[in-house]
Design a protein around this ligand. Structure first.
Ligand SMILES: [Zn+2]
Ligand SMILES: [Zn+2]
Length: 557
């Protein structure tokens, strides 16, 4: 696995960071490296030479950008450990043994018959992949690398079960059913009885997983009957078959509350991400942690609890039609902007709306500026430096750009091609001519992002065009403003830069004792027929100076 090179500056910051301010992923890394004892017992944490940071996704749902949060956050902990010289690998486990629980939008109703079957055992409804889960997984895995510096090693639970990788662990857990049951019963009102086992066989007759009910256990042989199982909205139909499952052949699955623990020991997991719902002590995370330590004699991983991403304040779902795919993001914005959204804080509620892309991009620009200009006190500086360090992708610089996303968005709407928009930036003097090749390439990338964004996701308020006609009485122009409009009209024609025009208007308002906002509202109303807009200086250049000057002159009379 490739190692992240640390520059001298970074390593100094790291040193300082270790002393006082730490990025959250660094704090978790330090906890992992300094822990000596188990959480539930007094046992000593073993010194291993191959630890793992694990991320995973359930494949019964859609792989939207929310699924990247676990990967991005886990990778940050992996990077922090790696930078500290800890022997660690990064893995991604696909939970493809999860059963289908409902028929998502776009999947034929005939798939009803697969409710209760592991998603990796269901055919691809679109016919192009070997199974249901692979259809979504392939696209996802193809873009995941664009959001990460290190591509994790990918494991499939279905494959691991098939290969018999867990055989011994499964037998150990089943032989310790009583102990596992005791741990699980701590928080259960309806206690599990002695006939309970964490093993869930796959029905030999119909291939379903959720429908089998264990009736008897003898050594590694488990007797079961295949019965109906009620999910929230759908029923998994059992076939009535009575069979015997041989645990050592692994045709089945451990219950989630013991399977997770088994994964931790199997891969030597030292840290793993989990949604904040797992924080409570009776959650599957902590129950597995106890099973891991008390039954499997392996230390639980350090949790990375985080808040889930919402879209416009609600959960992403196919039926709501608000799914954001990673590839949609990459058309409109830098992957680092999404990384910033995820890495900035772990536990603050995060909601995303498409119209916030320009703001997220601006936040990333500002972070880059704060770091390059060393803004704030020493604590702020270290904080910003560490955040930017973790947000950055290997081999890609985040430069402070002078052309912000909102400006790019305006130009992208007013000019048919990126090249024309780019030329306009020169005319406006937003580009000085001293930019590096790298910077210019990033400006062009931003214009292309903004163009894609304008075409697909821009809100009504973000759309801009020249108002071809303005009714004479529709804009309130007090007599004191008229001479100003005339002066601005002339300046629009003669200004050398967008910035120059902008400060002229500002200075003029001040000089005449008029509230700048009042004047700008009139200027926007006369050009784009709305009370607000982007900086007027840039706007006038972008709309076309001649027609803007003409319009202002017309209303100055
Ligand atoms: Zn397919
Ligand atoms: Zn069956």
């Amino acid at each position: 696995m490739a190692e992240k090179k640390i520059s001298e500056k970074d390593s100094k910051a790291l040193e300082r960071g270790q002393k006082d301010v730490k990025f959250w992923a660094e704090s978790i890394a330090d906890t992992v490296m300094t822990r000596e004892k188990f959480h539930f017992t007094e046992a000593k944490v073993p010194k291993l030479s191959n630890w793992v940071v694990k991320s995973s996704s359930s494949l019964s749902g859609i792989l939207h950008i929310g699924r990247l949060s676990d990967l991005v956050r886990s990778e940050a902990v992996y990077n922090a450990l790696k930078e500290r010289g800890f022997p660690v690998e990064f893995i991604y486990v696909t939970e493809d043994m999860d059963p289908l629980r409902k028929i998502p939008k776009g999947i034929p109703e005939s798939f009803e018959k697969y409710i209760g079957t592991a998603v990796s055992d269901i055919p691809d409804p679109f016919g192009c992949h070997e199974s249901y889960d692979k259809h979504h997984l392939e696209d996802f895995l193809n873009v995941v690398g664009k959001f990460l510096s290190t591509m994790p090693k990918v494991y499939s639970m279905r494959e691991e079960y098939k290969k018999g990788s867990f055989k011994d662990d499964i037998l150990q857990i089943i032989n310790s059913s009583a102990k596992v049951r005791e741990i699980l019963n701590q928080f259960k009102e309806n206690k599990l009885d002695e006939s309970w086992t964490p093993w869930k066989p796959i029905c030999e007759n119909c291939g379903k997983l959720q429908t089998t009910e264990v009736t008897k256990i003898e050594g590694s042989k488990v007797e079961y009957i295949c019965k109906d199982y009620e999910f929230e909205t759908r029923t998994a139909k059992g076939c009535g078959f009575k069979g015997v499952s041989d645990v050592s052949k692994s045709n089945g699955k451990l219950a989630w509350k013991s399977e997770w623990a088994m994964q931790w020991r199997r891969w030597h997991v030292c840290a793993e991400g989990a949604g904040k719902e797992y924080e409570s002590k009776n959650s599957a995370f902590w129950l597995n942690a106890e099973i891991c330590e008390r039954v499997l004699d392996f230390p639980m991983p350090e949790p990375v609890f985080y808040e889930h991403l919402m879209i416009d304040g609600v959960k992403m779902s196919a039926s709501l039609g608000n799914i954001v795919y990673p590839k949609d993001w990459l058309e409109c914005s830098r992957s680092e902007a999404l990384r910033l959204l995820y890495l900035k804080r772990l536990m603050k509620t995060r909601s995303f709306s498409w119209n916030e892309v320009p703001l997220l991009e601006l936040e990333l620009d500002r972070l880059a500026v704060s770091v390059s200009e060393k803004k704030g006190d020493e604590k702020d500086q270290v904080n910003n430096e560490r955040l930017l360090h973790f947000v950055s992708l290997k081999g890609r610089k985040i430069l402070p750009l002078t052309v912000d996303y909102s400006l790019a968005l305006m130009l992208a709407q007013l000019f048919p091609t990126v090249e024309e928009a780019f030329e306009k930036l020169r005319e406006m003097k937003h580009l000085s001519g001293n930019e590096s090749k790298e910077e210019l390439a990033l400006v062009k990338e931003r214009l292309a992002f903004a163009k894609a964004f304008a075409e697909t996701h821009a809100s009504q308020e973000q759309r801009i065009s020249f108002a071809e006609s303005i009714l004479p009485d529709s804009v309130l122009i007090t007599p004191d403003l008229k001479p100003l409009l005339k002066a601005i009209s002339e300046k629009v024609n003669s200004a050398e830069s967008a910035e120059g025009l902008q400060s002229f208007v500002f200075g003029l308002a001040k000089e005449k004792g008029i509230q700048p906002q009042k004047l700008f509202t009139v200027l926007y109303s006369l050009t784009i027929a709305r009370p607000q807009g982007p900086k007027f200086g840039s706007l006038a250049f972008a709309l076309g100076r001649e027609k803007v000057a003409k319009r202002l002159l017309e209303f100055s009379k």
